[in-house]
Design a protein around this ligand. Structure first.
Ligand code: S3P
Length: 426
């Protein structure tokens, strides 16, 4: 894989830009927005709540913020597709609104756990109806009660739950404090500050006081390190590679992929590190390297939580054994990423043994074959990269959801040197 490329904008930051820009006072201009289905679901939801948003035009948006209390009741349920971030963060933000609202999603999203947000939000004063399994659709109705701030210790390290409670906290009486068992991505906190809202960190707690105002700001969204991850692994495992990934977000709550790959022996240089709109950004140069198996340090797990599908592919190309533990959260992502990845790797002849909370992989050779992505975007792209080292063609089934996070993946990967084609396009 050779040349230089810029992967699309950060998905987490794109969601938050729409949400905070919509409830700010004034006009926010955004560049680098991810035009993927997930962030477009968030955009469509706010349009349906009366926010005027121009674009996206080449990643640029103009959001006419309506202020904290300016959202209007949508004319029906808000459909959020495959996007867990939209549903969990909106559950918090919409708990603060005077109107009732229903949130729905596709089959994958409708099977993901929502009690992790509905239970603490109930403690703040809003009852949210779910299915008996605690899944979507979510029916949110505050019934004119006021929200009260709470102090909440997160049982799982989850940025979505943290962010959901902080967004509800904007509308609550008093202070809302969320304490996390391990650092999770902090884009919400950083962006709230960019919109002029005070957020306090106190040890492992993040606190804010309700009733303030967000003021419009301009945002330049970096390229998504979770999308860059496929190329970091691809260029590492393909012989003769030298690839430059431009303008990638390297927020220290997201850089587990760089740390873990380096521990395995990868050659990744961080160049031209700079700060862009409150987020650290750099160009990443990656060259081929021989990898060795490692025990993945537990503190890196939340910092690389979305990157394990492609890290498993790296492990399959490494000398020796790679052991992941403490990652049971992978079982409740867009698919059960432990099972789905283990099934696909085994089908390609890799010694991959799933465990309750991780996987043990012994590196070796990879054969060709037809693998199921189970509709999971990151699983599909991870197996595409496995083809760089496979002895025969790898066919990945059910790839439509690649568009949720990485529109243009096939063309960009092909331009970098991967022999890939979309069979639906002939
Ligand atoms: C996200 C948080 C993570 C991550 C997801 C995006 C966010 O989920 O897996 O892709 O934008 O806050 P959890 O909070 O469930 O770990």
């Amino acid at each position: 894989m050779n040349g230089s490329l810029r992967v699309p904008g950060d998905k987490s930051i794109s969601h938050r830009a729409i949400m905070l820009g919509s409830i700010a006072l004034g006009t926010s201009r955004v560049s680098g927005f991810l035009e993927g289905e997930d962030s477009l679901s968030t955009l469509a939801a706010f349009r349906r709540m009366g926010v005027c948003i121009e674009g996206p035009d080449n990643g640029c948006l103009v959001i006419q913020g309506v202020g904290m209390d300016g959202l209007k009741a949508p004319d029906g349920p808000l459909y959020l597709g495959n996007s867990g971030t939209s549903m969990r963060l909106l559950a918090g933000l919409l708990s603060g609104q005077v109107f009732p609202v229903t949130l729905t999603g596709d089959a994958s999203l409708s099977s993901r756990p929502m009690r992790r947000v509905t239970e603490p939000l109930a403690r703040m004063g809003v009852q949210i109806g779910t299915s008996t399994q605690g899944t979507a659709p979510l029916h949110i109705d505050r019934r004119n009660r006021r929200l009260t701030g709470i102090s909440y210790q997160l049982p799982v390290a989850s940025a979505q739950v943290k962010s959901s409670l902080l967004l509800a906290g904007l509308y609550a009486d008093g202070e809302t404090c969320v304490s996390e068992p391990a650092p999770t991505r902090d884009h919400t906190e950083r962006m709230l500050r960019s919109f002029g809202y005070q957020v306090r960190r106190d040890g492992s707690s993040i606190c804010l006081t309700g009733g303030g105002v967000l003021r419009a700001t301009d945002l330049d969204i970096p390229a998504d390190i979770s999308s860059a991850a496929f190329f970091l692994v691809g260029a590492t495992i393909a012989e003769g590679s030298d690839l430059l990934l431009e303008h990638v977000g390297i927020n220290p709550t997201r850089d587990g992929i760089i740390n873990i790959l380096r521990l395995m022996g990868a050659d990744i240089e961080v160049l031209n590190a700079r700060s862009v709109g409150g987020e650290p950004v750099a160009d990443l140069r990656v060259r081929s390297a021989k990898l060795r198996g490692v025990a993945i340090p537990p503190d890196q797990v939340p910092l690389a939580i979305d990157e394990f599908p492609v890290l498993f592919v790296a492990a399959a190309c490494a000398d020796g054994e790679t052991v992941l533990t403490g990652a049971e959260e992978l079982r409740v992502k867009e698919s059960d990423r432990i099972q789905v990845m283990a099934d696909g790797l085994r089908l390609l002849g890799v010694d991959a043994r799933p465990t309750a909370d991780g996987m043990v992989i012994r590196g070796g050779t990879i054969s060709g074959g037809r693998v199921q992505s189970q509709g999971d975007h990151r699983v599909a792209m991870a197996f595409a990269m496995a083809a760089l080292r496979a002895s025969d063609t790898v066919v990945v089934e059910d790839c439509d959801n690649v568009n949720t996070s990485f529109p243009g993946f096939v063309d960009l990967a092909a331009a970098a040197g991967l022999a890939i084609r979309d069979s639906m396009e002939g």
